[in-house]
Design a protein around this ligand. Structure first.
Ligand SMILES: NC(=O)C1=CN([C@@H]2O[C@H](COP(=O)(O)OP(=O)(O)OC[C@H]3O[C@@H](n4cnc5c(N)ncnc54)[C@H](O)[C@@H]3O)[C@@H](O)[C@H]2O)C=CC1
Ligand SMILES: [Mg+2]
Length: 339
């Protein structure tokens, strides 16, 4: 009994400590967003993830690649030698803070000469999808929110009502038009991504703009006024002519391509599997068996062409939520089959 009790107490103490530290972090980040002076102060001791025209800086250490967090003083030194007059720490956007409450920022050095900074920082600015593949195959905050925020600030320099320049607050959580007081907050579009299944098969589709051979779950932007379920129902009907029977929420992901979206991933079922593909949107859509999908999920690198010149079917990599949606279906099917 005593043993059980102390285990329970340890568990509670650990939960409280974790929660308390997370609460502190959340409140500190809130303060940084709301208070320009606090954020200005945090810039001096913060750490910075660096980008060049939205490509993250990656560094190699032995055989592993990583996105380095550069300290404020180190970054000031680089700016000093490569273009202090063109950029300042205040051009950064706040990403969050570390467990020890060190503020984390992203800065795009696109106005400076790329090779000079790469040399100063012993790294390489790498196209984001290649960078993710090299780092650890994970889309984390440094890449996803940094890319979305930096891109949003770059394309919202002017007020859409007065036509005058807008100014960013220090953290970059908003932009303000000082002529009419309008406040602009970073935007993202909700998108549903749905893996449709019917009995023991699931539906994957290929669009003209996808890389050759890549098939994935159906996706579509939510329209104003729609619920998540209504978007799913409409998109599936629009794209493949199926009527959705059940919908189950699975997870979500921030997706910074081409703009910034909140991907809401769901599993859906249909009763009738007869496809009527809308060729204006979808080039091909097919029902796949568990074996076919399992094989596609296991591919580690892009497949090479088959003798007839076509590519075997492959699915998005692990950093895309589509991959996890497909994997979830595979696991559920295996559990159903008892394998
Ligand atoms: N993270 C992941 O696993 C995956 C992400 N996606 C993303 O889902 C997104 C939506 O998929 P689609 O089939 O292209 O959507 P879709 O089926 O709604 O078709 C795209 C069309 O919707 C219209 N549209 C409406 N609102 C829009 C907005 N806010 N931004 C841009 N276009 C808008 C445009 O006319 C556009 O051509 C894509 O941007 C894609 O990057 C797609 C598959 C996997
Ligand atoms: Mg679509």
């Amino acid at each position: 009994m005593q043993k059980m009790l102390s285990a329970a107490v340890r568990h509670t103490a650990r939960s409280v400590r974790t929660c308390s530290s997370y609460v502190n972090q959340a409140r500190y980040v809130f303060d940084l967003k709301e208070n320009d002076d606090t954020c200005r102060q945090a810039l001096k001791s913060g750490s910075f993830y660096l980008f060049h025209n939205l490509s993250p800086l990656i560094r190699k250490s032995e055989n592993t690649f990583y996105t380095p967090a550069v300290s404020g003083p180190d970054l000031l030194q680089v700016l000093g030698s490569c273009g202090k007059d063109k950029l300042s720490l205040e051009d950064s956007v706040l990403l969050g803070c570390s467990e020890s409450c060190v503020a984390e920022f992203a800065l795009d050095l696109g106005s400076l000469e790329k090779s000079a900074i790469e040399q100063e920082l012993s790294g390489k600015f790498t196209e984001i999808r290649n960078a993710i593949a090299k780092i650890n195959g994970k889309m984390d905050a440094e890449n996803a929110s940094a890319r979305s925020l930096l891109q949003w600030h770059d394309s919202h320099q002017y007020c859409s009502k007065s036509g005058k320049p807008t100014t960013k607050n220090v953290s970059g959580s908003k932009r303000v038009c000082h002529v009419n007081g309008l406040i602009y907050y970073p935007q993202m579009s909700p998108v549903v991504i749905t893996l449709v299944s019917c009995k023991n098969r699931c539906l994957l589709a290929h669009q003209e703009n996808f890389p050759a051979g890549m098939y994935t779950a159906l996706a579509g932007y939510c329209e104003i006024g729609e619920t998540l379920e209504e978007t799913i129902r409409r998109e599936i009907a629009e794209e493949v002519g199926l009527v959705v029977d059940t919908v189950r929420y699975s997870g979500s992901q921030h997706w910074p391509f081409p703009g910034s979206s909140l991907m809401l991933a769901c599993q859906a079922t249909v009763k009738d599997d007869k496809l009527d593909i809308n060729r204006a949107e979808i080039e091909d859509a097919r029902w796949f068996t568990l074996e076919e999908v399992t094989e596609a999920l296991q591919m580690k690198t892009l497949p090479s062409k088959l003798p007839d010149g076509t590519l075997p079917v492959w699915v998005p990599p692990k950093f895309a939520i589509a991959h996890h949606l497909i994997q979830e279906w595979v696991q559920e099917q295996k559990a159903l089959n008892g394998s």
